[in-house]
Design a protein around this ligand. Structure first.
Ligand SMILES: [Zn+2]
Length: 378
């Protein structure tokens, strides 16, 4: 009886929370459609209006950072460069500012608050900075905070909802850059070393940047851990040249051992050939002996001779010799086969770094402080 009671209570609670969840969603949507902000924290740069908690007002200390961010990007800097400059100057990222102001408490990923490319991108795309209110991007699926991005048709946009931090002209300029670079980002990076080089300091896979100027590799650990030894910048053409040179040296060394291997093969082949010749000689001697015995036997039968040699000692001697030689020969041939199966490096003169070359010889590549390149061989 007590069990049924508990089950019934659970069922009731379940129904209740589902119903409550729907009610919350419906009423939230109603508030949003009236153009009222219901999100828990306004975007970085704004604060809730103390007079009306549904409105945003500019928070000047944050807004200066937002303006600078948009200006840098509109002037052609990449999000990566901006993140590095801000982190280098000690500009506090939104999560840190919010924590210090007691608005939101979130532990920083990796132990320190840092500007990250993804966060900068989100800010640069946020229409809130031109005064529009965009809501309904995320929808709560359940009472538990399970956020999902909704279709853009479901978004509720209220234009000129609050005072803009960024003028529309700058904002549009920034969005245009996204459209341009968007295609570039989608195209798979084809550089031969992408995914093959690690940071010798923190072990991260180096990223390839193909923005303005000469493309280069750098360590994403720089933004995460701020480690001194991490790779700051190594131009891809330089890295390619260094690796190609080391592969050439490596193949040259392999070539020297190839020469030794070649000599060993030739010696084994000569030995096998000598044994084959000996076998043939013994075979001939046996045939000769047989013919001689037949002739002697014939002469005896025909009465031309009084006796003939019945001992088989000589035959046994030949047979044993032949067997011994055959054994040696099969050993020698096995050795030749074994040496032939050993790899011989034929490409002594490589002039271009290719995927095939890297796959064949290189186990891993690390870039250490001072852009020192270390390769582990296969
Ligand atoms: Zn690193």
């Amino acid at each position: 009886m007590a069990d049924i009671d508990v089950n019934f209570k659970n069922l009731l609670y379940d129904l209740y929370s589902k119903d409550l969840s729907i009610k919350i969603k419906v009423s939230m949507r109603a508030v949003k459609e009236q153009g009222k902000a219901v999100c828990s924290t306004p975007p970085f740069g704004y604060t809730k209006d103390p007079e009306d908690r549904h409105k945003f007002v500019i928070s000047e200390d944050e807004a200066v950072v937002v303006r600078r961010l948009f200006r840098m990007y509109a002037d052609g800097m990449s999000t990566v460069e901006i993140a590095r400059i801000f982190n280098g100057e000690g500009v506090k990222p939104p999560s840190q500012v919010w924590m210090e102001k007691g608005i939101r408490v979130a532990a920083p990923k990796g132990g320190a608050f840092v500007w990250q490319q993804s966060g900068i991108l989100r800010m640069l795309k946020n229409r809130a900075y031109v005064g529009d209110l965009v809501q309904g991007v995320y929808e709560c699926q359940k009472i538990r905070n399970d956020r999902r991005v909704t279709d853009s048709e479901k978004w509720i946009i209220t234009e000129n909802h609050h005072e803009p931090i960024i003028d529309r002209e700058t904002f549009d300029k920034v969005q245009k850059r996204f459209q341009k670079s968007g295609r570039k980002w989608k195209r798979r990076d084809q550089h031969v070393l992408v995914g093959r080089v690690n940071c010798g300091c923190c072990g991260h896979n180096l990223r390839h940047s193909t923005g303005i100027g000469q493309p280069y590799y750098w360590c994403p650990g720089l933004n995460i851990y701020h480690m001194d030894g991490c790779v700051k910048r190594i131009e891809d053409f330089y890295l390619e040249e260094v690796i190609l040179f080391q592969i050439q040296q490596h193949i040259m060394k392999l070539g020297e051992s190839d020469k030794l291997l070649q000599a060993e093969k030739e010696a084994a082949e000569a030995e096998a050939e000598a044994l084959r010749k000996k076998c043939r000689d013994v075979d001939k001697a046996i045939d000769k002996d047989k013919a001689q015995r037949m002739a002697e036997f014939e002469a005896y039968v025909l009465g031309q001779k009084k006796s003939y040699d019945v001992s088989i000692d000589e035959v046994e001697k030949f047979r044993k010799k032949y067997e011994g030689l055959m054994e040696q020969l099969s050993e020698a041939e096995e050795k030749v086969g074994e040496l032939n199966r050993k790899k011989v490096h034929e490409s002594f003169a490589v002039t271009k770094l290719t995927e095939k070359l890297l796959d064949e010889y290189v186990e891993s590549i690390e870039v250490h402080p001072g852009n020192e390149v270390r390769i582990s061989w296969k």
